[in-house]
Write a protein that binds this ligand. Sequence first.
Ligand code: NIG
Ligand code: FE
Length: 417
Amino acid sequence: MTITYIKCAAQVITVKGGSQPRRSEEMSDLGIIENGSVLVKNRRIVFVGPDVKAQEYLEHIHEPINIIDAEGKIVTPGLIDPHTHLVFGGSREKELEMRLNGAKYIDILKAGGGILQTTVSTRQATEEELIKQSTKRLNKFLQYGVTTVEAKSGYGLNLKDEIKQLKVAKKLNEQHPVDVVSTFMGAHAVPVEYKGNEDEFVRFVIEEMIPIVAKEELAEFCDVFCEEGVFTVEQSDRILQAGKAYGLKPKIHADEIVSFGGAELAAKVGAVSADHLLKASDQGIKQMAESGVIAVLLPGTAFFLMEEPARARKMIEAGVPVALSTDRNPGSSPTESLPFIMNLACLTMKMTPAEVLTACTINAAHAICKGDQIGSIEVGKKADLVLFDAPNYQTLQYNYAVNLVDTVLKDGKVVVE
Ligand code: NIG
Ligand code: FE
């Protein structure tokens, strides 16, 4: 059994770990080891510490050693993206010109475009086509140092095509080095065939979709787009409670466009995360902190929709654990560059470089309930690791919109070099 020796990095950013997401000042505590090394065996981290100690460890080892020289670089946990709409057909580039001419994102949806347009192309696409297109996206994620993504359904909006999307995500998880964690989001929009009959669609999601998705073990989470003109707080509540009854953990697209009570609902249902939150109320933020709901913030979406981003500082100060994500989707955030999202988190939401790294590693891991397996460099955890060509972690946010990824290890194997 070969041992991989990531040798003497300028900084190993362990991010420590822990059974709970990190909040307030804890988010700034990165557990940095200067001149640090990491040893990997059998897909797991077996040592992390100062290089001198790694050398002592290796003196007692007789296995072959594969050395990766990390001099002048930093090592971080593999980045985690806890909110994507990875699997979809078609594209929507015409929306940018519409929005530049004054159309609003939500009005494009209400007029039958947006999510509903992607629903048409996703329904038309075969499983093979969706796998091919989504694989390209996962390849890009990996190039940006992302080793795990969450992926939502929600462009099928009928039983057959929601299941098709979830099956594609499952296959991608099996085939691709990036781990894919699935979320059922049948309540992403009301499909045209239910227009004017929204409650009937909610009933369909609750009684006919959720039980089958749960029975076939196609998803771990249930999400809903709780927004004015999409699903009301009351409908979202019923959907998330139904999901919970079938073992699907709640997540919620909350307060993205108007202040709507989504953050409050997240606290009430005990959601794992509430995402977007551009317009979350003070009361909602307070309740999220009290219930331990993770805020998954998506500054790329705010940037791309030309809106004010979420109040990250207010949330961190209130004690809400914050994670970050691309929200990769064809309408409001067509990018796989989580590193650029990290830049935006600093520059538009005033998060510090340390908070941003915590948000994309251990807090993102907790946002998909994987904090015990990934998200920090600790003995026993999966060897998902990134070497960045940067002498310290601040440089990741200072050299913005460039890809500093040098090497990526997934499950202990070099997948980008
Ligand atoms: O998270 N806001 C709702 N859903 C997605 C966008 C989906 C789309 O436009 O296709 C989001 O931004
Ligand atoms: Fe989203």
